[in-house]
Design a protein around this ligand. Sequence first.
Ligand code: HEM
Length: 237
Amino acid sequence: MELTGLIGFAIALALTALLAFPLAGPLRSHPAPFYAVAIAASLAYAWAIAAGVDLSGVRWLTVVMQKGYLAVLLLAVVMFTGVLDEGSPARRRLQPIRGELSILSFLLVLGHVATYLPPYLPRLGLLLASRTNVALSLLVALVLVALFAVLTLTSLRAVRRRMNPRAWRALQRGSYLMVALLALHVALALGRSAGSSALAATSLATYLVAIAAYAMLRVRKALRSRARESGRGTAGA
Ligand code: HEM
């Protein structure tokens, strides 16, 4: 599974790079076909799992879709673009398609949700009332999906255009809560298997290091812009 994990990760990384760079123009000008393909991929994967289709010949697909590597890598591009310096070439290139990449990430994570949620659904009430770790993990996952859905819906250009810009910006701050919930979800979901599976332990460590790096870069950016603003205030005084 470790080799499959690496192959799946490499495929997800290649697809992310393809979408973020050579396909950025078409994604920006005609996002609908990209969204349609992402929805179809998630639905087809969820159907294959529900129907018991044998996917052992394409185990990398499990990593790309079920483990959510592609969705999470796209989300990582969206997050890290936000902490790049305003004038940097990478930021200028990626900023115009952040919304589209985030929508694609949500549509693709539905393959992960549709695989893991159905087994819990019939005992959802009982589980949530049990106040166990599994219940907490499920609760966090449900809030995570709901928040991701709201942020995605408001990233659609047609919806964003209708919203008050200040309200839109305030709502988008929910993305920081989403990152915190993602860290908690991954820690709860992989924490149990990390002791016995090298892949789970490596994945958990990678997610937590990436999220900690993001948090540090975000704080650094906030401190820098505050220093710039107070510098401007002093200069103007
Ligand atoms: C109700 C919705 C969800 C459920 C029931 C759920 C369930 C799970 C479960 C059971 C695992 C552990 C899988 C394993 O042991 O291999 C897991 C892992 C994970 N989940 Fe979720 N999840 C949900 C939503 C989400 C969302 C919305 C995201 C992203 C925004 C997400 C991101 C992840 C990631 C990154 C992992 C680690 C995958 C790995 O490297 O193995 N999940 N989830």
